[in-house]
Design a protein around this ligand. Structure first.
Ligand code: NAD
Ligand code: LMR
Length: 340
């Protein structure tokens, strides 16, 4: 079992010369919201993947130029632009993986839940189109609030009769990326060696890094645990405040999402050692959705890594209980919106 798979593949891409990226490529990926702050760098990183044969870029505007630009990179995938609702079905036909970073980002002073009123409807409409055009695809939701948009997507897919809980993922990779970075810096460890599972959800205290399960095994003082946990939980807000009104994390998010996409493609391609944390329908706790480490295979989630939740420290147990009411409310808000 390895949890470093995503990191490995991004690093491997760096080391390979682009000319070596021969069309081993056979998967089609659609990015919905491809013209945005996340969409553009994410599309660039997906364009580097040797596993991708076609990259479909969809947005309500400004996507033609992004596609023309990216299409000049001499990597295997063909890049196609799809603009506006009338071209959405075309963007989705035959696609294996759909990544959704469409929607508005936070400004200072806002919570992720403050984005609900706009983004809930955007995700609902996009997932309806996914259900109609590529119901077997892996669906990866980035749009916030993830704690509500993933339950919305599940309800939409159920209504359409095509819901496969093994193929619906809330992208929480950025929480893992941040946890790995902050822990490695704090403890002077080699960055690529550190892996911290992050469970729960993707907002404030619902983000719970399990520092006691860090690999390699290291000890932290109580002060370090408190400081690191709070920093990981507030990583998004740190960026929102630094950008001072110009949006939220886009580049680190693109890096995190590209890792998740590449992991998924390797799983589809038959790699049997792909593990990532993600927010999914779950039976790990009493909550219907919960982020945890999972094993991904050809047909989606093959196994939920339940051992991460065993032997938690008192600090983690308390934080886990504390996050449940907020996460539950966000899930229920999403479900009732979708059924309105
Ligand atoms: P952005 O405003 O820069 O880009 C959003 C893009 O979505 C724009 O190009 C816009 O035209 C497009 N869009 C809007 N409505 C659409 C629709 N109906 N169909 C297709 N495209 C549509 O925002 P961003 O910085 O890229 O952030 C996007 C979302 O990702 C936000 O909701 C943000 O909160 C979220 N986010 C999530 C994470 C995470 O860890 N899951 C991290 C960072 C940001
Ligand atoms: C993040 O964690 O960076 C994203 O969820 C964006 C945000 O609003 O913080």
């Amino acid at each position: 079992e390895s949890s470093f798979s995503g990191n490995d593949s991004v690093a491997a891409l760096d080391q390979r010369s682009l000319a070596d990226l021969q069309p081993h490529a056979s998967y089609k990926v659609a990015v919905l919201g491809a013209g945005g702050g996340i969409g553009q760098p994410l599309s660039l990183l997906i364009k580097l993947s040797p596993l991708v044969s076609a990259l479909h870029l969809y947005d309500i505007a400004n996507v033609k130029g992004v596609a023309a630009d990216l299409s000049h990179c001499n990597t295997p995938s063909e890049v196609l632009a799809f603009t506006g609702a009338s071209e959405l079905a075309g963007a989705l036909k035959g696609v294996n993986v759909v990544v959704i970073p469409a929607g508005v980002p936070r400004k200072p002073g806002m919570t992720r839940d403050d984005l609900f009123n706009i983004n809930a409807g955007i995700v609902k409409n996009l997932v309806e189109a996914v259900a109609d055009n590529c119901p077997d695809a892996f669906i990866q939701i980035i749009s916030n609030p993830v704690n509500s948009t993933v339950p919305i997507a599940a309800e939409v897919l159920k209504k359409k009769g095509v819901y496969d809980p093994k193929k619906l993922f809330g992208v929480t990779t950025l929480d893992v990326v941040r946890a790995n970075t902050f822990v490695a810096r704090k403890k002077n460890l080699k960055l690529t060696d550190v892996d911290v599972p992050v469970i729960g959800g993707h907002a404030g205290i619902t983000i719970l890094p399990l520092l006691s399960k860090t690999k390699p095994s290291i000890s932290f003082t109580d002060e370090e645990i408190e400081e690191l946990t709070v920093r990981i939980q507030n990583g998004g807000t740190e960026v929102v405040e630094a950008k001072a009104g110009a949006g939220s994390a886009t580049l680190s998010m693109a890096y995190g999402a590209a890792r998740f996409v590449e992991s998924s493609l390797r799983a589809l391609d038959g790699d049997s050692h792909v593990y990532e944390c993600t927010f999914i329908q779950s039976e790990l706790t009493e909550l219907p959705f919960f982020a945890s480490r999972v094993k991904i295979g050809r047909n989606g989630i093959e196994e939920v890594v339940s051992k991460d939740l065993q032997g938690l420290t008192a600090y983690e147990e308390k934080a886990l209980e504390a996050l449940k009411p907020e996460l539950k409310a966000s899930i229920e808000k999403g479900i009732s919106f979708a059924n309105k």
